[in-house]
Design a binder for this molecule. Sequence first.
Ligand code: 2HA
Ligand code: ZN
Length: 271
Amino acid sequence: MNNIFEAPFVKEMCDTTANMYRLGWDERNGGNISYLLDPAMAEAYLDPKTVLRTLPLDFDASPLAGRYLIVTATGKYFKNVAGCPQNNMGVIRIRPDGKAYDILWGFADGSRPTSELPTHLMNHIARLKADPEHRVVMHCHPLNILAMTYVHDLDEKAFTKTLWRMSTECIVVFPEGVGVLPWMVCGNDAIGEATAKKIKDHRVVLWAAHGIFGTGETMDEAFGLIETVEKAAQVFMTIGQMPIRQSITDPQLADLCHAFKIQPRAGYLNV
Ligand code: 2HA
Ligand code: ZN
């Protein structure tokens, strides 16, 4: 058995949580990440027969039956993950009936996975249907996107088009646009279901007055998506009080799509 502290997936979680903290996206216990692991990779670092604890789920996670995930812990701080991985995250495996999960490593001080676990699992289920290579769900509270949900219309098309215009690369990075949810209580199945509905055909969903969910096939992709949306929101919040003299027009956005051979969300561009 290899040393799990040297597992690439543990290192990636440590590096990513540290990076997100450094960017100010995860104050206190804010934010959570879950990462679907390749079973052979997981079993190279832990014994699949050693179950530390089993905890219930109150929705049907059976599409993920048998899957391993590394997940950040509830109530823990991203700034502390790299210094003590075993208390601040852990590896779980969804039980065959999808009604519970086993803890196989981590959560060593008695902690549990993130309060947003239902949303994460529902998002994994929804994204895997759209993209079998999907692996990562990432949630955090970046300053500018959070601020923008107070001052911008929450209509998805309007929000998306504003973001697309704030930086040339935006439409290339998220041509499907962003999903937007109105304010809701977090940490329960209802917000999980509402997010999963939107994540089916968006890789990023905003929670008004709360934060952002980004998904991807890799940690870099989910991180890069959030980073790009947050940068666009930063431009918006920076120029918000100033008279706009020029921007990126719809025909120019269409030119970008043509140049990069991507399909923007249908009906969003007036060309
Ligand atoms: O767990 O960000 O949404 C901290 C959160 C909940
Ligand atoms: Zn949050």
